[in-house]
Each structure stands twice: as structure tokens, then as C-alpha cells.
Design a protein around this ligand. Structure first.
Ligand code: NAD
Length: 515
């Protein structure tokens, strides 16, 4: 049914990949900001600030948008500020009920969300469906925590006491990357709203759609107007949000260089930031590991979403004594991954987000070959049979004969490319695994329990895995060490990043002043 007719609030899409006149007429920028509970026409539209969003799978125009300038950002922040006085005064339970209704609406519309997420990102629809659930999970999880957000009671001398309160921060901004659009909108808005903040989100300029759909869902669920807003735009719009005096906090997901700019922009207003940045994560496979599981872990750690995943284990260290078996199984399973139309249920490799990203990946591969790496499989531009699929498709690539100082081993490629590196000793591999400025994730495959914990204890990474990789659960904090970020998303700890502590001293006796 969803293939025939998908409705995005008045936007009808005829057929499987039909282009709707309301979404994309090729001329007018779509009114695709979501402010004060509705989609709005941009203030001061500027033809020089029109962004063309191409569908990754086909390379065709998907939507045209107006990038938001200062007036538009001001309008969104002002609405969020006004909504804050009402939303922050509700009890946690009242907020939770609204959020739980929102989660239910997304469940009811999950195929529609997955459809648009796939059209927006080019990722296989089976993955998009999982991504929708990660947003649902976040909304349900943080709504469940909302009624329990509380402070401490601290007894003091002579019956006096102090208490602390966890108060919301105010208007929080979220800025997202293009690889997990609905997940980022959910992971950032859910804790912000649960804690009593209001929220303005800027999705990536490449993936603008599902964040607006989420806004419509929140409104339908009863969220007061202005609590959740979306402003479309690129870096300039992001900067406006970071520098806005009425934004109390910025939660950013993206690259290290942009994260550094976000932090600098937020510093002017002494704002807190959460930064979820890039990575070059290691996965260590010891000879005693279950090799089929290790191969599965390495594939999960590299080939979801065309390899465009921040936490990917792009450096897989394999103990030399099992290298041949490991490689043979990895290459065999990688070669079976179906590449093609992301709308097909059995597709496992969809389209790269855009041509530039594909070019970047191919340039890394060329460089790797020049530096001596050997392609064990993949690494080629693929042309799908369907002539409409004119996007960029790259076959998942396994590189061997790698060494630590190759560019492809050191830098974040953000594509379906894994470098396989041999090692002989535990001590050596830990040192090499940590030899990076990133620290997002890390993993180990071994059946030796004590070694697993010993290795993980020395791993300089925020999110670690023993005998698996790239699994996530909303109850578990996610985030990076070193240049991979600051703060965490998910888990109880996230409440600390969306609240501030107020301390209240209460005197039960007389004031003992020495004056
Ligand atoms: P990017 O840094 O280019 O852009 C991210 C977002 O920042 C976009 O919305 C962009 O418009 C905005 N932006 C750009 N310049 C800005 C500025 N000066 N001020 C404020 N906002 C600005 O990243 P990308 O290419 O969209 O995403 C890929 C990167 O994101 C990779 O490095 C990847 O590792 C990282 N990432 C990290 C996580 C994580 O959770 N750690 C998750 C996904 C992606």
C-alpha cells in the first residue's frame, strides 16, 4: 500500500518513486520549515539561498528548499522561547503522555517514515525501518524517564538542609548530519523535550524531510506549538543557531572540523555543547574468536548505510595466525551483499548520499592502491540494471596489505571501505588501535573473557564492544573520547546534558552573621 500512495501531510506521491508537484516543482522553494506547529513559508525568501536536494538513488531532484536566514532562525527560536514557559511548567508525566502518543503515531506511520528516509538518504529500506525504530525508542525511553527527573535532598547542620533541582536549560538547538536523519531528530528532541526544554532542529541540507514529518507527529500528539521547530539550511543556518543568544545548548552531530566550529560559536554565549563527531574505530580479532561472528561483526562495523557511519570499525586488526581464514570468509560474505535499489527489501547496499561523497571514497581508494593496499573485493562504481538508478553506488570493499600510516587507514573515509591489518601480540595491537586522534568506538572478538576485558579497559574509545559491533540500544550511552566528541546521547546520563542543577539552601535556625 505504501508503495502506491504515501502521504506527507498533503504531499501525495504517486507510485513507487513518483515526484509530487508539491514536493518538487523544480521552480518554487518548498515551505519546509516547521515553526510553531506548522509548515511555514520562509520569511524573506531569497532565490540565491535555494537548496536543491537530490535523491541519492536516482540523482533526480527530490525537493527544493529555502535556506533559513537570520529572520527565519529568529522566528523559530522566538516561538520556542514562548513555548518554553508553558512546556517547562508541565509535570514530567504530562510531558510523557504527549511524547508517548507521538511514539505511537510514528509506529502507525512507520512505513511512510521509512519510505521517505530511504528516498532522502539512499540507504536500504530495511535499514531505514530500523532507524525509524531508534527514534521511536528514544521518544518512548525519555518519556518514561521524564516523571522521574528529580534532585537530591542534602541534610545540613542543626536541621537545616539543601535540595537540588534538575531544571531544563531553555531552548536547545540540534544540528544533524545526513546519515541518520530521523534518528538524530529523535535522539536529540526526545531528551530535550522530556527534560522540559523546547527545541529547534536543523537537519542536514541533504536530508531535510523526516525531521519535518516528526514535527507534524509531535503536533498531532498534542505537543504545544513552538516546542519542536525545524529550520532548513546549511552551515550558515547552523552558525546562526549556535550564536543565537536565546539558544541555551547545542547538540551537534557531524564532522570534527564542523564540531570545532560549533564549539567555538557556542563559546561566545558560554553554551553547553554535545558533540557527536567522526571516528576511525578499531576492531581487534584474536585467533581464538569465533571467526564467523567476528566476520559478521566486521561487516556490521563497516557496511551499514553504505559505510557512511561514524562509529565504523574501519580498521580491523586480525591476528596473523587466522588472517587467511578470516579474509576468505569476509570476502565471500561481502561479495554476496546485494547492491541496488534501496527500495528493494533485499538490497543491502544502497546509494551513496551524493556524487561528491562517492568521488571522495574513490579518491581514497586510488590513494590506498598507490600506497600499496590490495583490493580483496569491491571498491568499484556499480551501475544498477534499472536505468532510473543514476545515483552513485560503490561495491563494499575489503583492503588488505594495509599498514598503519596509509592515508586510508588514518582518515575517516565515510564509505564502504574496510582496511584489514595483521598483528601478532596483544600489547602491540592495543597500542596501534589507540594510535588515532579519534575515540568513538572500539571492539574486540575473543573467547578469552579476561583478555576481552583487559583489552577494552585499555581502549581509548567511548563506545566499546565485546564480541559484537555497531549495535545500539537507547538505554546505553553513546559517544566518543578524544576528538570524536563531548557528552553522550542515550542512556540515563543524557538527562544531565539537557538539564542544569539548581541548589537551594534552606536555613531552619537563625542567621549567624559575624557583623
Ligand atoms: P558536517 O560536519 O559537514 O555537517 C553536519 C551538520 O553541520 C550539517 O547539518 C551542516 O549543515 C552543519 N554545519 C556545517 N557547517 C556548520 C557550522 N559552521 N556551524 C553549524 N553547523 C554547521 O557532517 P556531515 O558530512 O553532514 O556528516 C558526516 C560526519 O558526521 C562524519 O564525520 C561522521 O563521522 C559524523 N557523524 C557522527 C556521528 C556520531 O554520533 N558521532 C553520527 C553521524 C555522523
Amino acid at each position: 500500500m505504501w508503495l502506491q500512495q504515501v502521504v506527507l501531510r498533503g504531499v501525495q506521491v504517486a507510485g513507487r518513486r513518483g515526484v509530487c508537484s508539491t514536493v518538487s516543482n523544480g521552480k518554487l522553494p518548498l515551505h519546509f520549515n516547521y515553526i510553531n506547529g506548522e509548515r511555514v513559508s520562509p520569511l524573506n525568501p531569497d532565490p540565491n539561498q535555494v537548496m536543491k536536494v537530490l535523491e541519492p538513488a536516482t540523482g533526480e531532484l527530490l525537493i527544493e528548499l529555502q535556506a533559513s536566514g537570520p529572520d527565519e532562525v529568529n522566528r523559530a527560536v522566538q516561538c520556542a522561547k514562548e513555548a518554553y514557559s508553558e512546556w517547562s511548567q508541565l509535570t514530567g508525566l504530562q510531558r510523557a503522555r504527549i511524547m508517548q502518543r507521538a511514539a505511537q503515531i510514528i509506529k502507525d506511520r512507520q512505513e511512510e517514515f521509512a519510505y521517505w528516509e530511504t528516498r532522502d538518504t539512499g540507504k536500504p529500506i530495511y535499514e531505514a525501518r530500523m532507524d525509524i525504530w531508534t527514534a521511536i525508542d528514544a521518544i518512548e525511553y525519555f518519556s518514561g524517564l521524564a516523571p522521574s527527573i528529580a534532585g537530591q535532598h542534602v541534610p545540613l547542620a542543626n536541621g537545616s538542609f539543601a535540595y537540588t533541582k534538575r531544571e531544563p536549560l531553555g531552548v536547545c538547538a540540534g544540528i544533524g548530519a545526513w546519515n541518520y536523519p530521523i534518528q538524530m531528530a529523535g535522539w536529540k528532541s526526545a531528551p530535550a523535550l522530556a527534560c522540559g526544554n523546547t527545541f529547534v532542529f536543523k537537519p542536514s541540507q541533504f536530508t531535510p524531510i523526516t525531521a519535518v514529518m516528526l514535527g507534524e507527529v509531535y503536533t498531532e500528539a498534542g505537543l504545544p506549538h513552538g516546542c519542536y521547530n525545524v529550520v532548513q539550511g546549511a552551515g550558515d543556518t547552523g552558525t546562526l543557531l549556535c550564536e543565537h543568544p536565546d539558544i541555551a545548548k547545542v547538540s551537534f552531530t557531524g564532522s570534527v572540523p564542523t564540531g570545532s566550529k560549533v564549539m567555538a560559536a557556542a563559546a561566545g554565549g558560554i553554551k553547553t555543547v554535545t558533540l557527536e563527531l567522526g571516528g576511525k574505530s578499531p576492531l581487534i580479532v584474536f585467533a581464538d574468536a569465533n571467526l564467523d561472528n567476528a566476520v559478521g561483526g566486521a561487516m556490521l562495523g563497516n557496511f551499514l548505510s553504505q559505510g557512511e557511519v561514524c562509529s565504523n570499525a574501519t580498521r580491523v586488526f586480525v591476528e596473523n595466525s587466522v588472517m587467511d581464514q578470516f579474509l576468505q570468509r569476509l570476502v565471500e560474505r561481502t561479495g554476496r551483499m546485494k547492491i541496488g535499489d534501496p527500495m528493494d527489501d533485499d538490497t543491502r547496499v544502497g546509494a551513496m548520499i551524493h556524487q561528491d561523497q562517492a568521488d571522495k571514497v574513490m579518491t581514497y581508494l586510488d590513494g590506498a592502491k598507490k600506497e600499496g593496499a590490495v583490493v580483496a573485493c569491491g571498491g568499484e562504481l556499480v551501475t544498477p540494471d534499472d536505468p532510473r538508478l543514476k545515483g552513485s553506488y560503490i561495491s563494499p570493499c575489503v583492503l588488505t596489505n594495509c599498514h598503519d600510516d596509509m592515508t586510508v587507514v588514518q582518515e575517516e573515509v565515510f564509505g564502504p571501505v574496510v582496511s584489514i591489518l595483521g598483528f601478532d601480540t596483544e600489547e602491540e595491537v592495543i597500542q596501534r588501535a589507540n594510535n588515532t586522534e579519534y575515540g568513538l568506538a572500539g571492539g574486540v572478538f575473543t573467547n578469552d573473557l579476561t583478555r576481552a576485558h583487559r583489552v577494552i579497559a585499555q581502549m581509548q574509545a567511548g563506545t566499546c564492544y565485546i564480541n559484537n559491533f555497531n549495535i545500539i540500544d537507547v538505554a546505553v550511552p553513546f559517544g566518543g573520547f578524544k576528538k570524536s566528541g563531548l557528552g553522550r546521547e542515550n542512556g540515563l546520563v543524557t538527562l544531565e546534558y539537557y538539564t542544569q542543577v539548581k541548589t537551594v539552601y534552606v536555613e531552619m535556625g537563625d542567621v549567624d552573621a559575624p557583623f
